[in-house]
Write a protein that binds this ligand. Structure first.
Ligand SMILES: Cc1ncc(COP(=O)(O)O)c(C=O)c1O
Length: 472
C-alpha cells in the first residue's frame, strides 16, 4: 500500500460498520491512497486490526467487489481492480457526464449495482477466466478475411447452435436462417418496430409489465394499450375488448414480468386465435424462462404457433450478463425477407467476435453447465434472502410463491411506492410493484432481486435495511 490506510470507524454513527469500511475504501481508491492492482489487507487481518467481526469486513469487500472496485484473485488475495487505472473515480459533479433523468419504474441501466437491483444475474458467478480464454482463442485464430463486415443477421454457427437449443429446450422448430442475432430484447424489439410497425399501430402490453418494452414501442410511434394481468397471465378477452384491431401484443408467457405467473393454456390458445383472426403479431419475450426452481421450464408459446404469428425473443442478459448485449429473434418464414432487409439497413450492433465467443461457450457445453450451476445457486440465494426477510420482518411481509425467476415479491402493508422511494434514497435497488403498473393497481408489494446476495450475513444485513425503510 502506498501509505497506511487509515480507516476511521465510528460505531456511534447510524451507518453500519461494514458500510463505513466500504466508504473508506472507496475514498482511498478515489484519492489514490489505494492504487489499481494494489493488494488490500486480508479479511482476517483487517478485522483483527479494526476489532470487528470477519463477516463485517467480508460484507464490505463483497460490496466493493460486486461494484467493480476490488477484484478477488483467490489465493493471490484481493486487489484494487486494475481496470480502474486511468479512470478518475473521484465523484465530482463537474466531471460526471450528464445523465438523462431515469425513466420511471425502470430496471437500472449503467455501471454499478445496488442491493436488490432487478434484472441482473449473479455477476460474481460468471466464469470470467473461461470466457477470457475463449475470447482470446477466437481473437488469435481470426483470419484476415474474418475482419471484414460480418453477416448482419448474425454469426452463422451461433444461429445454428441456437436453432438446435431452441428445438430441444423450448419446443421451437425453426431453421437457423430464422434466428436473427440482436442486441438483447431491446435490440429485437427495435428490429421488429423498424420492420413491421406503422405509426399509430395499437400495441397491447401487460399491465403490470416491463416498462422498457412499452417505452420502446411508444418511442417508435405505437399507441399503447395496457391490458391487465391476473393469475392466468394476460387477460386476452380484455385486450380484445379494448383494442381488437391491435397489431401487436407484447407478452412474457413463461414467467410474466414481474408477477411471475405463467400464461395458462386456454389463454395461450385464445391469444393465438386472436392473432390469427386479426392478423396481429405476438411478441413473445421469453426472458428468465431458464430459471424455474420447482418444475421444468414450460414450453414456449411459439411452440404452439401453427400460423406463424409469434415473433419469439430470447436474451443472454439473464443467463450470462447484460453488458454482453446479445439476444435473438426467431421470425416466421414469410417475414424473413423483410427482416433480413431491415438487418442489412440498420446495424444490429452485435460484435461478431463476441458472437463467436458465445458460440464456443455454447457448443463446448459451458452454457448448459453454467445454467445448471446458476439454477442451484439461485435456489440457494432465493431461500437465503427470503429466510432473512421472514426472520426480520415476520408478519409484515408475505411472499408470493413464484415458481421461478430472479426476484422475490414481498407483499406489505402501506404505500409500496413511498417505501421504494425511501429505499432508493438509502441506496437499495428494490422496486414497488405498483411502479410497474400503468392503470392496474395492485396490493402493495416490493420486488427484490436475490441474485447478488452472496451470504447469510449479507442477507440479514439487507433485511435489516428493508426493515429500516419500512420504518419498523
Ligand atoms: C421482462 C424483461 N424482458 C427482457 C429483458 C432483457 O432485456 P435485454 O435483453 O434488452 O437486456 C428484461 C431485463 O431486465 C426484462 O425484465
Amino acid at each position: 500500500m502506498s501509505e497506511p490506510l487509515a480507516l476511521r470507524l465510528d460505531p456511534s454513527l447510524a451507518q453500519p460498520i461494514y458500510r463505513q469500511i466500504y466508504e473508506r475504501f472507496k475514498e482511498a481508491i478515489a484519492r489514490g491512497t489505494l492504487r489499481p492492482g494494489e493488494r488490500v489487507p486480508p479479511v482476517r487481518g483487517l478485522a483483527g486490526e479494526l476489532g470487528v467481526a470477519r463477516g463485517t469486513v467480508e460484507l464490505a469487500y463483497q460490496l466493493l467487489t460486486s461494484e467493480g472496485y476490488l477484484l478477488a484473485r483467490g489465493p493471490a488475495g484481493t486487489v484494487v481492480s486494475p481496470q480502474l487505472s486511468g479512470r478518475d473515480t473521484t465523484p465530482s459533479p463537474h466531471k460526471a457526464p450528464p445523465t438523462a433523468p431515469a425513466l420511471p419504474g425502470l430496471i437500472a441501466h449503467g455501471p454499478g449495482i445496488r442491493p436488490f437491483q432487478l434484472g441482473l444475474p449473479a455477476l460474481d458467478a460468471f466464469p470470467r477466466a473461461l470466457w477470457s480464454r475463449l475470447a482470446g482463442r477466437r481473437l488469435r485464430h481470426t483470419l484476415p478475411g474474418e475482419l471484414a463486415y460480418p453477416d448482419p443477421c448474425g454469426f452463422g454457427p451461433l444461429r445454428e447452435a441456437l436453432a438446435g437449443y431452441l428445438s430441444v429446450s423450448r419446443g421451437i422448430a425453426c431453421e437457423p436462417a430464422q434466428v436473427l442475432i440482436c442486441a438483447g430484447y431491446q435490440g429485437a424489439l427495435d428490429l421488429i418496430t423498424r420492420t413491421l410497425l406503422q405509426p399509430g399501430d395499437a400495441v397491447w402490453h401487460e399491465d403490470p409489465g416491463y416498462p422498457r418494452g412499452r417505452q420502446l414501442m411508444a418511442a417508435a410511434g405505437a399507441t399503447l394499450v395496457p391490458v391487465p394481468v391476473d393469475n392466468d397471465g394476460l387477460c386476452v378477452s380484455e385486450g380484445e375488448r379494448r383494442a381488437p384491431q391491435a397489431r401487436f401484443a407484447l407478452v412474457t408467457p413463461s414467467q410474466q414480468s414481474p408477477t411471475g405467473v405463467a400464461l395458462s393454456l386456454p389463454r395461450r390458445l385464445a391469444l393465438l386465435d386472436w392473432a390469427e383472426r386479426s392478423g396481429a403479431w405476438i411478441v413473445e419475450d421469453d426472458y428468465d424462462s431458464e430459471y424455474r426452481y420447482a418444475s421444468f421450464p414450460l414450453p414456449a408459446l411459439k411452440s404452439l404457433d401453427r400460423q406463424g404469428r409469434v415473433l419469439y425473443t430470447g436474451t443472454f442478459s439473464k443467463v450470462l450478463f447484460p453488458a454482453l448485449r446479445l439476444g435473438y429473434l426467431v421470425v416466421p418464414k414469410d417475414l424473413l425477407p423483410d427482416f433480413v432487409r431491415s438487418q442489412q439497413v440498420f446495424a444490429s450492433g452485435c460484435s461478431e467476435l463476441l458472437q463467436a465467443t458465445l458460440c464456443d461457450f455454447f457448443v463446448e457445453g459451458h452454457f448448459s453447465r453454467h445454467l445448471k450451476r446458476t439454477r442451484t445457486l439461485y435456489a440457494e440465494r432465493r431461500q437465503m434472502l427470503r429466510s432473512a426477510l421472514e426472520q426480520r420482518l415476520g408478519e409484515a411481509m408475505h411472499f408470493d410463491d413464484l415458481p421461478g425467476g430472479l426476484h422475490l415479491i414481498g407483499r406489505i402493508g402501506g404505500d409500496d411506492r413511498a417505501i421504494a422511494q425511501r429505499a432508493h434514497a438509502a441506496g437499495l435497488g428494490l422496486q414497488a410493484l405498483n411502479s410497474w403498473c400503468v392503470e392496474a393497481r395492485r396490493e402493495p408489494a416490493l420486488v427484490m432481486s436475490f441474485t447478488n446476495v452472496k451470504s447469510a450475513p449479507e442477507a440479514a444485513e439487507l433485511a435489516k435495511r428493508v426493515a429500516e425503510v419500512m420504518e419498523m
